[in-house]
Design a protein around this ligand. Structure first.
Ligand code: GAL
Length: 422
């Protein structure tokens, strides 16, 4: 990026951040500022539902909904960094469990532990140990998981599939057959909107999980699977082929515009995390009626975990209100209000599943029995340094489709992020 492009990006981020920073009156006791990137259909509704629970429990507090638009925190994370480093944290902010929380904010000393709150609220007995582990560091818990999203889902327009007598592909080989049949009918097989880069990286993450299997995929983060090896090469080759089936204007779209293409009948399939289910719900689209769902090809039995959490920054301007917010985010009522609209299942294991639709009930069943693997694109598996490079490399690959160069760059990113030795 040229220095001019960088400068204009910084200026636009600063402009985006301005109302957020000035929206909170310093020292005003009855405020609570919650920072997130939840602005799209489904995610904004879910957040609002949790605000309603907060308002019932703690009336008289004004909630400042500090959102910075852009899926997966594309813009929000940069704004948050400026605020945190400038000593102006929000009262609480959305952060993915795993490296995004621990490497970016905990080890660097920006967060307060919330272990005693977790104990007094009884969270430790209702949250899966795996989730508690990824929001903990050196024996202290630093955030409360509010949900579990599944990253590896194939969504399809049911009418298009029924009209063409097609079944959801379970492998990439089947995908190519289905995609060819759709192409022959003049239908775009796969919707993609990768304007913000992470969307193309998300698709690649699911292809890596399919090609390497859950153990091989985990090895990418522990150093056991080489980025320079045959598996990653095969995943890139597969990705190049898959890109032959996406909409030509993908670089202008976003994750939600890609989901909208299914609703509009402009494409048959989409691979995206299940915030897409939240988006469909917000548009009145129903599972098994308007849309079908299946694990992303080749990932049956594997569940890519994405978890949104909230923590307590040091110097939170309204610390007491922030603690109350965490109480709501970790509560059964809060999670039961938030998740059916958000398109995720509760992080808690005691939610009433009758409040969730058929897709979410199936996700809950899979979460309980599948092999769980962490998402890299959504902050859990790798430190931010690698995640940023991964997005850039995959996006260059989408344009150039050069397998050897992409693989070399991935290996180099692994070394420079100190995940691999050489
Ligand atoms: C993810 C996040 C989800 C959803 C999605 C699209 O990173 O975990 O909650 O918001 O981005 O914005």
């Amino acid at each position: 990026m040229s220095w001019k492009a960088r400068l204009s990006l910084l200026l636009s981020l600063a402009l985006l951040a301005t109302p957020v920073i000035t929206g909170v009156q310093a020292g005003a006791a009855n405020q609570l500022e919650i920072f997130s990137w939840w602005t799209a259909g489904g995610e904004a509704d879910g957040l609002n539902a949790m605000f309603q629970i907060f308002k019932q429990r703690y009336p008289g507090t004004e909630i400042i909904n500090a959102t910075v638009a852009g899926g997966a925190g594309t813009n929000a994370k940069a704004v948050l960094k400026t605020r945190m480093q400038g000593g102006k944290p929000p009262d609480s902010f959305q952060v993915h469990g795993g490296e995004e929380l621990t490497s970016t904010w905990v080890k660097t000393g920006f967060m307060e532990p919330i272990t005693s709150l977790a104990r007094s609220e009884g969270w430790l007995s209702v949250l899966p140990k795996d989730l508690v582990d990824i929001v903990s560091y050196q024996g202290e818990m630093y955030s409360v998981p509010v949900n579990v999203h599944r990253g590896n889902v194939l969504w399809y327009n049911k009418k298009i599939f029924d009209d063409n007598k097609l079944a959801a592909p379970t492998t990439w080989q089947e995908f190519f057959k289905v995609a060819d049949a759709l192409k022959a009918k003049g239908i775009t097989p796969l919707a993609l909107g990768d304007k913000n880069k992470w969307e193309a990286a998300h698709l690649f993450e699911d292809i890596l999980a399919a090609t390497l299997g859950p153990e091989g995929y985990r090895g990418l983060w522990s150093g056991k699977t080489s980025w320079a090896g045959a598996g990653v090469k095969q995943a890139l080759e597969n990705y190049a082929k898959i890109l032959g089936y996406v909409n030509t204007d993908h670089a202008a779209g976003t994750w939600d515009s890609a989901a909208q293409m299914l609703i509009d009948g402009k494409a048959a399939m989409n691979i995206m995390g299940d915030w897409a289910a939240g988006y469909f719900t917000s548009k009145g689209w129903k599972p098994n009626v308007n849309y079908g769902f299946a694990p992303a090809p080749g990932t049956g039995g594997t569940f890519v975990v994405v978890t949104d959490t909230f923590g307590l920054p040091k110097k939170a301007p309204h610390r007491d209100q922030a603690l109350n917010w965490l109480r709501v985010a970790g509560s059964k009522a809060g999670q039961e209000a938030f998740n059916p609209l958000k398109g995720s299942i509760c992080a808690r294991t005691d939610c009433d599943l009758s409040k969730f639709d058929a897709y979410l009930r199936s996700s809950a069943a899979d979460f309980a029995k599948n092999k769980l693997i962490p998402s890299e694109v959504h902050g859990s598996a790798a430190p931010e340094d690698f995640a940023t490079q991964f997005n850039d490399i995959v996006n260059l690959f989408v344009t150039r489709r050069n397998v050897a160069n992409a693989q070399k760059a991935l290996q180099a990113a692994c070394v420079s992020a100190k995940m691999c030795r050489k």
